[in-house]
Design a protein around this ligand. Structure first.
Ligand code: PEP
Ligand code: MG
Length: 588
């Protein structure tokens, strides 16, 4: 097929990560290494090196200030203090003087001298057993990278400054990159790495950016400026789309627009099956300002607030006071509906650069989430106290991530009790009866759900991790993305065990993994008896419509049959049949 101006159309198949269609020129973000080579400088040119250094420091300062503003907008907080520690580094006179002294003495290029001096600072600070000084070491590392890139004439995150509408193509992006990129200009996203449940993909869905991930090396040969189209429904990146393809996609967009228009009318309706069972349908958020989308899409509250995104591009956690303000504002906006705050789930693919855990070989199996919090009581308690204080007269619940056994739950609850006693002593009001639940996302927790159910008020099943750990697939690895199978017979059995254990102990159970937003699986989840589903806000109307068209009888029958089937494909086929029978046009 001939593409634009005689170019051959080329289709690259990846994994659909965020629905929607985007067109535009691509912008390729290629990762260059920051190798710093040493070279000799003629003594006469030392003043030029000093000038280069001064310019780079000024440039870095400007970039940090811009970043600070961008983050403040992204997380909706007016906290100007976020990057103050970084600004202090560029203004550190001792460090600057030492660079200048060494430059005169060694007579070599300033990036090499600066890197040597900065690295020595970082090493000695990291050795000191003081959390504040260790954080300073991280600040210096981060700023050093920026200054060196500026000295080398490379922009820090070049895609952040593209000021034309474009499709961003990259080998990989971190979730923070995705959260902070220029949302006004990025029409779509195409990445070599990643899978549907990587946090970059989740973030792109939350932001409503059509995205394709897991393209392997498809983006290697692409050039900035090439016209392209992203089909986020089917995971396609189309380069040089032909006239015919563009017309085809005009029609698809028209149809999708008509469905979206119809779904907006569901905003005020209830997520109740046609035979009368009400399922709480809530939304997941990563950033406080996503509450707008939660309300606009008619979700019944927030079923998962991923608070670790408060850590976004900063090296210190927000204080208790700052967290209190944020939680309170979000809770008030969704009240009387619930806001379920998940305690920090740092680690895995999230913000590990900033995490004290350093370079772990297996971050998903490492020092993350509740494991990290139970060993960092100061951080954990600040969050628990903020949540408790924010829960007065609104509907706040909290849950612990990555629970693998009873000890962690009991220890977590004990720390909550300690926080309550402290608040009582201080005379700070809080909601004593605040519901506390656990996420079921580690297979050991699913298997012993009957024992855990006695200790908590609810379960929220994190299918992203539950599938990752049960099937033994790294959720960010595109090579094994095909093995992410929510319809795997073992997963169906685990989900049933968890739902049954919850109900036998009189507590409610929900699903907040990405599976909750996949309408192929709505009949299965309803039939398993889930009381709540929490999906990305933009998917809520679709899931609501699916729920409204189903009957519980049909869903329960589906589960009975699915439990007898022996492959993922067979279970998926049955789920697809039920979905097709009830809402064919939502699937197309
Ligand atoms: C999950 O694991 O399903 C989940 C909801 O948590 P996260 O995606 O943040 O790990
Ligand atoms: Mg998880």
């Amino acid at each position: 097929m001939n593409g634009d101006r005689g170019h051959q159309e080329k289709r690259c198949q990846g994994v659909p990560a965020s629905p929607g269609i985007a067109r535009g020129p691509i912008h390729v973000f290629s990762i260059e290494t920051d190798d710093v080579v040493k070279y000799h400088i003629d003594p006469a040119h030392v003043p030029d090196e000093i000038a280069r250094f001064e310019n780079a420091l000024i440039q870095t300062r400007v970039q940090i200030l811009e970043m600070q503003q961008r983050i403040a907008e992204a997380i909706g907080a007016k906290d100007a203090g976020i990057f103050d520690a970084h600004l202090l580094v560029v203004e550190d006179q001792t460090l600057i003087d030492e660079v200048l002294r060494k430059l005169e003495a060694d007579q070599c290029n300033v990036e090499f001298v600066f890197q040597e001096v900065a690295n020595r600072y970082v090493e000695s600070l990291s050795r000191i057993d003081d959390p504040y000084l260790r954080e300073r070491a991280l600040d210096i590392q981060d700023v050093t990278r920026r200054v060196i890139r500026n000295l080398q004439g490379k922009s820090p995150r070049p895609f952040l400054s593209v000021d034309q509408p474009h499709i961003l193509v990259a080998h990989n992006l971190t979730p923070s990159d995705t959260a902070t990129m220029n949302r006004d200009q990025v029409r779509g996203l195409a990445l070599d790495l990643g899978s549907r449940t990587s946090h970059t993909a989740i973030m792109a869905r939350s932001l409503g950016i059509p995205s394709v991930v897991g393209l392997h090396d498809a983006t290697e040969s692409l050039e900035t400026g090439t016209p392209a189209l992203i089909d986020g429904y089917h995971g396609l990146l189309i380069i040089h789309p032909s006239e015919e393809t563009l017309r085809e996609y005009d029609e698809i967009e028209r149809q999708k627009g008509a469905i979206a228009e119809r779904l907006t009318h569901l905003r005020e309706t209830k997520s109740t099956t046609s035979d009368g069972r009400h399922i709480v349908l809530s939304a997941n958020i990563e950033l406080p300002d996503e509450v707008d989308a939660v309300l606009a899409n008619g979700a019944e509250g927030v079923g998962l607030y991923r608070t670790e995104f408060l850590y976004l591009n900063r090296t210190t956690l927000p204080s208790e006071a700052e967290q209190f303000e944020i939680y309170r504002t979000v809770a008030q906006r969704v009240a009387p509906n619930p806001l379920i705050i998940r305690t920090l789930d740092l680690g895995g693919d999230k913000l590990s650069e900033n995490n004290e855990s350093g370079d772990e070989l297996n971050p998903f199996l490492g020092w993350r989430a509740i494991r990290f919090c139970l060993e960092n009581l100061e951080i954990f308690k600040a969050q628990l106290r903020a949540i408790l204080r924010a829960s007065v007269n609104v509907n706040v619940k909290m849950m612990f991530p990555m629970i693998s056994g009873l000890d962690e739950v009991r220890r977590g609850l004990q720390i909550v009790d300690e926080c309550k006693s402290e608040l009582r002593r201080e005379g700070s009001p809080f909601h004593d009866g605040l519901e506390i639940g656990v996420m079921i996302e580690v297979p050991t927790a699913a298997i012993m759900a009957d024992l855990l159910a006695r200790e908590v008020d609810f379960f929220s099943i994190g299918t992203n991790d539950l599938i990752q750990y049960s099937v033994a697939i790294d959720r960010t690895n595109e090579r094994v993305a095909h093995l992410y199978q929510p319809s795997h017979p073992s997963i169906v059995r685990l989900l049933k065990m968890v739902a049954d254990a919850a109900h036998a102990n009189g507590i409610w159970v929900g699903v907040c993994g990405e599976m909750a937003g996949e309408i192929l699986f709505t009949p299965l989840l309803l039939g398993l008896g889930m009381d709540e589903l929490s999906a990305g806000a933009s998917l809520v109307p679709l899931v609501k419509n699916a729920v409204q068209r189903l009957t519980m009888t049909e869903c329960v029958n589906l589960v009975e049959e699915a439990l007898l089937l022996d492959t993922s494909a067979a279970v998926l086929e049955r789920c697809t049949e039920v979905a097709r029978r009830n809402y064919p046009e939502l699937l197309s």
